[in-house]
Design a protein around this ligand. Structure first.
Ligand SMILES: [Zn+2]
Length: 270
């Protein structure tokens, strides 16, 4: 599933390549991805020129002079920019631009392609409730968000309305870097531990951002991301030695999810 590193990489690539292009034609093969009727979507965005592209969490925000195009790849997918006669067969939707290129969007399972009129982005419920972008958080921000909350630290990190962009691919290494057990409760964290967690969120996401995201997602040209299993510290590596202390990494049950931890570096004792 794409998380902040992949989505921010796609968003940056889209900003670099799509700004000033005008949408000439829209092809919709999966109308259920839309939040408005197909005809309305096409009428709203045909002729629109792209002004900017940004991201928050797992959402990409394409700002046009005729309103917003909001994308969420769900479990994963591809966003590819190709000449229109070389479009991939597997696509749910595509946008043809005035320069003969096409942006085609495919979802492995299901995703969202939403339209919001200019000035009404706040009314888009799914993105309006997103927390701040994880990579931009300072220790001070995190202290404010965490104050007096009782959630477990792992479920807090995964809750997109608290912090946007962290999912199961990166959460294990973030907790390892913070030296925190996933089941620690927020109100037991010391100020030092919260500062460590803020640093760990950054340290756990930035290397993948720098490498264009994880290897299982592709960029607009169809090339795989450079962040591989070798770059992952402890996530999905049960039985292997902890990179810090050589203790065996274990997979544990944490509520309904599994977690990968070093029992020595991430003790449950508070
Ligand atoms: Zn360790």
């Amino acid at each position: 599933m794409p998380e902040l590193p992949e989505i921010s990489a796609r968003s940056k690539e889209m900003k670099d390549t799509l700004v000033d292009k005008t949408i000439q034609h829209i092809e919709i093969l999966q109308p259920k991805s839309l939040n408005v009727p197909e005809k309305e979507f096409i009428r709203a965005l045909t002729g629109a020129t792209i002004c900017n592209v940004s991201s928050r969490g797992k959402w990409i925000f394409v700002e046009t002079d005729q309103g917003w195009l909001l994308l969420n790849l769900g479990m994963g997918g591809e966003i590819l920019l190709t000449p229109c006669d070389e479009q991939p067969e597997k696509r749910r939707l595509s946008f043809r631009f005035d320069d003969g290129t096409c942006l085609s969007i495919n979802f492995w399972w299901f995703g969202y392609v939403h339209y919001m009129p200019s000035g009404s982005l706040q009314e888009h419920k799914m993105t309006a409730k997103l927390g701040p972008q994880a990579i931009d958080l300072t220790a001070q921000d995190l202290k404010q968000i965490i104050a007096n909350r009782k959630a477990r630290v792992k479920s807090f990190l995964l809750d997109q309305s608290s912090i946007a962009g962290i999912g199961n691919a990166y959460v294990h290494d973030i907790l390892f870097l913070a030296k925190l057990h996933p089941l620690r409760t927020l109100n037991t964290l010391s100020q030092d531990e919260i500062e460590r967690l803020a640093g760990a969120i950054h340290a756990g996401l930035q290397p993948s951002i720098d490498k264009g995201g994880a290897f299982y997602e592709v960029n607009l040209q169809g090339e795989k991301g450079g962040f591989t299993m070798e770059d992952i510290l402890i996530g999905y590596k049960e039985g292997q030695p902890c990179p810090a202390c050589k203790t065996e990494i274990v997979k544990i049950k944490t509520g309904s999810t599994s977690s990968f931890i070093c029992p020595n570096c991430q003790p449950i004792d508070e």
